[in-house]
Design a protein around this ligand. Structure first.
Ligand code: ADP
Ligand code: MG
Length: 343
């Protein structure tokens, strides 16, 4: 047991309309609800027979549990934590799945100029983000930054070598990695369609028609601000409102800028759609750090990725919504007063 959620105490950032698209088709739909990686996991699996649907949802759960044993930075006995305990310049064999996930995380770290870097583990500790939260001294921030980033792991030939005393935090990619593992397992077990909601990150495949996914208002997470029409792929939201805390009179968010070592500006929320859940997870965190202009610019350069930025104006309570071009006709306001701009 570990006292706190491992990857994400994430929020009900998104929820589905009452009738998922895949339920309209033939086949049998089975629903499962579980708790994994410190958050809720809802699976709806469709297959030709009830047995196959049950079996595929079981395989999804097992895949998520295996991802947790592999990636958790909340428990000492995960495969990743064992690697991180190695002395600098030592190497050890790692599973094919972990090597692939670390390489993907490195790729996103490079593509986002380190706005996303799971090597924030030491920073997460100095801000006490898993506890009450604290404002560290500049010297402690500098020491945490000097421990390096995910680029300081060399991954080749099924081995990982630690080039610096880096500490990772899987919070910004673990759920996405687990969702991808779950989908692969479900497809292999015969599922023809599924809808998964994992702590607010959603993933769908196999639907014939689009469904509406509702995205929460970052000012008040109990209500929806807008809905996104999607048929497949994954929606991930990053925002501070579920974990906002005030320390010594100043708000301290849980998203850090790995380059400066400072908390990212609390702009509101960022929702990313991508065909792959891993990409959506990494990018929602990266785009929150980058801020609206750079985030929109990055997303427009990437194929098959869309973004919604909801910005809370500090001077008023107004919310400004910015959309990437591919989302122009897919996002509709639920709140009447929304100012929606598309690029
Ligand atoms: P959620 O947990 O709500 O799904 P995210 O996917 O954005 O939110 O992950 C945020 C978590 O990732 C933080 O709680 C922290 O553990 C870690 N983290 C914070 N900043 C960064 C960053 N810039 N790059 C990578 N990981 C980060
Ligand atoms: Mg993320």
């Amino acid at each position: 047991m570990y006292p706190q959620p491992m990857i994400a105490m994430a929020a009900a950032a998104a929820f589905f309309a009452a009738t998922p698209a895949h339920a309209q088709r033939d086949g049998v739909v089975v629903e499962r609800v579980a708790f994994a990686m410190g958050t809720s996991l809802q699976i709806e699996a469709r297959a030709e027979t009830r047995d196959a649907a049950v079996q595929s949802s079981e395989c999804a759960l097992k895949a998520v549990e295996a991802a947790e044993r592999r990636l958790s930075t909340w428990r000492d006995d995960s495969e990743l934590m064992a690697l991180l305990r190695m002395p600098v310049e030592e190497s050890a064999p790692a599973s094919a799945a972990l090597c692939a996930e670390l390489l993907e995380a490195q790729r996103w770290s490079r593509l986002t100029n380190r706005a996303f870097d799971p090597g924030v583990g030491a920073l997460v500790a100095v801000y006490d983000l898993r506890g009450e939260g604290q404002w560290p001294s500049a010297a402690r921030i500098a020491r945490a930054l000097s421990r390096g980033g995910i680029a300081d792991l060399s991954i080749a030939g099924g081995r990982v070598t630690k080039r610096a005393n880096v500490m990772l935090d899987a919070g910004a990619f673990g759920k996405g990695a687990a969702l991808e593992a779950a989908v692969a397992a479900m497809k292999a077990a015969g599922a023809s369609a599924a809808t998964i909601n994992f702590g607010g990150q959603t993933l769908m495949f196999g639907a014939e028609a689009e469904s509406s996914v509702y995205v929460a208002d970052p000012r008040d997470r109990s209500r929806s601000a807008l809905r996104v029409q999607v048929r497949d792929g994954s929606l991930a939201t990053t925002c501070n409102s579920e974990r906002r805390r005030v320390v010594d009179g100043r708000p301290l968010g849980h998203i850090l800028d790995p380059r400066s070592g400072l908390p990212a500006e609390d702009l509101g929320s960022v929702t990313i759609w991508a065909s792959n859940a891993f990409d959506a997870d990494c990018l929602s965190t990266a785009c929150f750090v980058l801020g609206p202009d750079a985030a929109l610019e990055l997303v427009e350069r990437l194929d098959g990725v869309e973004i919604v930025v909801m910005r809370c104006q500090s001077s008023s309570s107004a919310l400004t919504v910015r959309l990437s071009s591919g989302f122009k006709d897919r996002v509709k306001g639920v709140l009447p007063e929304l100012d929606i701009q598309s690029s």
